[in-house]
Design a protein around this ligand. Structure first.
Ligand code: NAP
Length: 231
């Protein structure tokens, strides 16, 4: 039977690349983004692959999650890649950081991922060797933070790490694996042109790691090449 993945934030960057790679590997793909009708790359993929299903989903909006997930009713999910995320405003320095944009970023990066998981839990329970991957960042690591600053992004990914660890423990008994993955510093709109690797390299490597990990490693914080990252 065809394996099935749901990926959020597929309009560009790592999400779009992940959708392409899983489709090329014959997976059934539920690719979500805000306004799929305005995303030419996804529309082109949908013409080439009948097993691609596009979902209109703003992860920061619970009604939007509910209506997207309704389209998955009864559909087993083997893999959820919660990829959608934002950097937040600018450098968020000590002197200039503000409350409202911080809260907006926490909502998208730290809270919304769990709201998505909450609503597809029954689909994951029906999946084969089900896995949840939360795209986090090394910038959420306390140990790795030797340069300070970036209050908003760092704290949002650190909070996501905490959410992912609890989720891993809550779902371990049901055999659902949860991985917190850093994709590397990747050339995307978020990573910028000076980043170290391209999206294809990052996704190819993460796919191998996802396929190789077992329930024992659930709750791990991993680099895209599978190396553990210190919390
Ligand atoms: N690139 C890197 O170097 C790097 C490093 C560490 C971690 N990451 C993480 O990897 C993930 C993907 O990053 P990327 O580099 O591919 O970023 P990107 O190119 O900026 O793409 C971000 C994606 O998230 C979507 N998104 C943002 N807010 C959303 C919302 N409220 N609802 C639905 N979708 C939303 C965007 O959709 P729209 O097109 O609609 O805005 C876009 O598809 C993020 O979680 C990021 O934090 C990236």
């Amino acid at each position: 039977m065809m394996a099935t993945v749901m990926i959020t934030g597929c309009s560009r960057g790592l999400g779009l690349e992940a959708a392409k790679q899983y489709l090329a590997d014959d997976w059934k793909v539920y690719a979500s983004c805000r306004e799929p009708d305005s995303c030419p790359e996804l529309q082109a993929l949908a013409r080439d692959y009948h097993q691609l299903h596009l979902l209109d989903l703003d992860i920061a909006n619970n009604d939007s999650i509910d209506s997207a997930v309704r389209q998955l009713h009864g559909q087993p999910l083997d893999l959820l890649i919660q990829n959608a995320g934002v950097y937040g405003p600018g450098a968020s320095r000590l002197e200039t950081v503000e409350v409202e944009p911080w809260i907006d970023t926490l909502r998208i990066n730290s809270i919304a991922p769990l709201m998505v998981v909450q609503r597809v839990l029954d689909n994951l329970r029906m999946g084969y060797d089900p896995t949840v991957v939360l795209l986090t960042s090394k910038m959420g690591s306390m140990t790795d933070n030797l340069s300070g600053g970036s209050y908003i992004y760092r704290s949002s990914k650190a909070a996501l790490n905490s959410v992912g660890k609890s989720l891993a423990e809550d779902l371990r008994g049901e055999g659902i694996k949860v991985l917190l993955m850093h994709p590397g510093w990747v050339k995307t709109d978020m990573g910028g042109p000076n980043a170290l690797i391209d999206a294809a390299t990052s996704v190819r490597s993460m796919r191998q790691v996802i396929a190789a990990t077992t329930l024992t490693e659930s709750g791990s914080y991993l680099n895209y090449d599978g190396d553990p990252i210190p919390w």
